[in-house]
Design a protein around this ligand. Structure first.
Ligand code: SF4
Ligand code: SF4
Length: 131
């Protein structure tokens, strides 16, 4: 049943949020991100060319996401006002959900993260949404 799959996707996404929203998360004050003068968006710098790093090739859904989340021609899905990704975690691509730089790796439970992302990807593939 599709609504059960979506409910599961939200639940997993919340779990993923919990893993990443740790108190000492270096992303919150990342030295590679800086909007004080010339905006530097660090590890999301390629978002505009990679269009959110989606691996599935559903052009219609990508177009829709770009419209809904105001894809920017310089910063992609990155929000330079709040210095983070505009996409909620359950919508983000597998690659973006996966990515951790070396600083972040010290804080995140990678095994748990991998299990959750794999489950989320399977659901997305099953119900036909971007992953
Ligand atoms: S993953 Fe690393 S480089 Fe990217 S925002 Fe977080 S701390 Fe900064
Ligand atoms: S996390 Fe968001 S802003 Fe960063 S590359 Fe992925 S889609 Fe773009």
């Amino acid at each position: 049943m599709i609504h059960q799959d979506i409910a599961k996707l939200f639940k997993l996404s919340n779990e993923l949020d919990t893993i990443f929203n740790i108190e000492n998360n270096p992303c919150k004050n990342c030295s590679e991100r800086d909007n004080s003068s010339i905006v530097n968006i660090g590890c999301c710098a390629e978002c505009v060319v990679e269009e959110g790093y989606f691996e599935s090739n559903n052009k219609y859904q990508i177009k829709l996401l770009k419209l809904i989340y105001r894809f920017n021609h310089i910063y992609g899905f990155f929000d330079i006002k709040y210095m983070n990704c505009k996409l909620p975690r359950y919508i983000r691509s597998r690659k973006c959900s996966w990515y951790m730089c070396d600083k972040l790796k010290m804080y995140i439970d990678a095994k748990k993260r991998n299990t959750i992302i794999n489950e989320m990807t399977n659901i997305k593939k099953k119900i036909g949404i971007l992953w």
